[in-house]
Design a protein around this ligand. Sequence first.
Ligand SMILES: Nc1ncnc2c1ncn2[C@@H]1O[C@H](COP(=O)(O)OP(=O)(O)OP(=O)(O)O)[C@@H](O)[C@H]1O
Ligand SMILES: Cc1ncc(CO)c(N)n1
Length: 267
Amino acid sequence: MKTALTIAGSDSSGGAGIQADIKTMITNGVYAMSAVTALTAQNTTGVTGIMDVTGDFLKQQLDAVFTDIYPDAVKIGMVSQSELIEAIAEKLKEYKAKNIVVDPVMVATSGAKLISDEAIDTLKEKLLPMADVITPNIPEGEVLSDRKIESPDDMVTAAKAIFEKYGCAVLLKGGHAMNDANDLLYTEEGPQWFYGKKIDNPNTHGTGCTLSSAIASNLAKGMSMKDAVEKGKEYISLALGAMLNLGAGSGPMNHGFAVTTDWEVTK
Ligand SMILES: Nc1ncnc2c1ncn2[C@@H]1O[C@H](COP(=O)(O)OP(=O)(O)OP(=O)(O)O)[C@@H](O)[C@H]1O
Ligand SMILES: Cc1ncc(CO)c(N)n1
């Protein structure tokens, strides 16, 4: 069985962060492991508290994982402090991690800020150049490219700028801000659009975490970047389309839509 590691924050309400990542990885057929960067007290209406782990404890978790069950892919989500980003960069280098997917998480769907300004600089300097692909949404893409993104043409220009600046493939997500659900992948081969049909579902808590974990799972299984993105988008469309409706705010998706409850028959 292929293996994947998520390095991210915990979402107590289970729709985003570590919990979304693990559910996504299981449903995409890989063995899921986690190194927790922070605990959040969070539900579908907002984030009420954040408690970061220390850099040393994050390193200890990464040592424990990499020296025993080597991950075929690594997804990085919420990392709010520079010290933690530096710890991750150091360990990924030490263990020669492969198939690194960075979701540059900055703001939660509910509006809460999940990264310090100083950490954004460290992310740019230390982590993005190590990534195989990064998955910013429009506001994150604006921060990383230092330009406004107001049209599909702007998306191409910004993704190209990020690709050239940080040397990693970029999946710039059009999603909620710009168009239907059309995302742009920019690699050394240039731009490629992935068209999605907008699903009329207000419950989009954790969509970014989920897509990046699906892509990491697919890379762990040996897919090309393009196939990993295409299949990842298919997965998130089905999870959104399952129309789960929980909580008072923007609720979670049904990550496990494809998990059978008839497991007895396979005994
Ligand atoms: N209503 C929708 N219907 C179909 N696909 C969607 C919808 N909303 C988002 N997506 C897709 O979900 C994926 C995640 O994109 P999104 O822009 O929501 O990420 P994000 O803003 O980083 O998420 P988060 O809110 O978790 O930070 C993208 O492929 C996007 O196109
Ligand atoms: C822990 C965590 N990571 C990422 C996000 C972004 O959706 C969130 N809301 N919570």
